[in-house]
Design a protein around this ligand. Sequence first.
Ligand code: URA
Length: 220
Amino acid sequence: MESSSDFLVLDIQSCSRCELSKSRTHSVPGDYGPKNGICFVGEAPGHDEDIQGRPFVGRSGKLLNQMLEKIGLHRDLVSVLNIVKCRPPGNRTPTDTEMKFCGDLWLPAQLNYLKPKIIIPLGSVALRYFFPKARISRDKGKLLFTTDGKPVFPLFHPAYILRNGKKALEEYLKDFIVLKEILNKLNYLPGPEVISDSNDFQKSDEEDLNTQTSLNDFLP
Ligand code: URA
């Protein structure tokens, strides 16, 4: 019998409904965390994801995991999906047609299954799937609501942060701290590692940024 965590996974793995399926190694259905939790939504798989069939396993994924740990969340406690499930050749940005076709095919059903308390689009493509007129540089770090009232908190794509150096990383950390505060307000209980005082957290993490090689490793 199919386990509940297999929801749509086999269908996505065997999908050949668009051209992107022809050049992929694996499609990437996504990682399902707990239901009624937190759902990050990226753009499309890159090289590492295409090889492994899992989302955000390359450098962007490592940065995402580190940011999650900074706010007391482990990657296993969140869902991570992409709008487009197959890697566009050469890592190009998916076209609007690819985004709409693949997004509409799977994402509403996945979100309906996971019923996240909050959706976090990572980057411009994912944001524009939910809000076609939004702009990531203007709207990241703002709490938005879908027409059916679901909270959406867009953030920059980790790949953008990796390209933009230390200042961008510091801003990113601040946005994640705001996310943590929103999660607290939503009564989301992320688990034992959660750091309850965000002021202390912010201070110690700003210090960490200067000294921790693990985060600085990501910077050019
Ligand atoms: N970038 C994305 O948008 N998604 C992934 O899964 C990996 C990198």
